[in-house]
Design a protein around this ligand. Sequence first.
Ligand SMILES: [Zn+2]
Length: 257
Amino acid sequence: MKSVAPTVSVVLGLDRPAAAADDPIAPIAVNLAGSRHLAILAPDALGLHPWRLWKHKMPFLFSLHKKKSILLEAIMPSNTPVNFACMLTGAELAVHGMQTREMDFKCETIFDVVRRAGGKSAGAGQKGKTAGLLLGRCADFAWISTDDWHPAAISCLVLEGFEREVPMFMIVQYASVDSFFHKYGPSNPAVVPILEEMDLSLQELVPRLSGAGVDVIILADHGQHDIPDPVPGGNRGTHSTDCPEDRLVPCTWVKRR
Ligand SMILES: [Zn+2]
């Protein structure tokens, strides 16, 4: 996960955020070199464990992974604000300081380096989630859905925002995938409808972005595992631990056309 910020910086021709020490992800850096606009699309919690189980239910995303696919590792604790902050800074929690979504960054972010280069950034997703409380708060533009959590609604907001002005950098959280995994457990077939919906909204959004000259990276902030002995009526999926199900996330990307 710490390689994401250096990768975004190098493809956009920017300085990397000051605390980002890892190398860029070589195949993405080579393939997307010379980018002028880049979007990170993050289906929250779509880690390797549910991906292996349900990728055949996501034919669009699966088709992208058949062409380009790598595995990344979430930092600890494997939760949402910590790992979105890592994507934006290239740093561990002890350095970026985003323990919760309402805190301020303790180090430089991609938003800062984009601003320094005269560019704009956008944070998109759902109100009350990391998108609204962290991404939209710290980016130049906040494309935040107040009442509709569906992936299609989030993608629609991105398209509307992007028709007004195409920022240099966009980061989008689809929080509903994480919510469904918590409720049903990531290996429960009850999560398939949200994954199908997620796939359709990516199928709508990604070609529109790439056709407009935007490079796209799709990854999750962390994964989830099934709770072995769930309390009746309680959550059946969780994350934040140091296990492969929580930490390993697939990543793919699409070059601008
Ligand atoms: Zn979660």
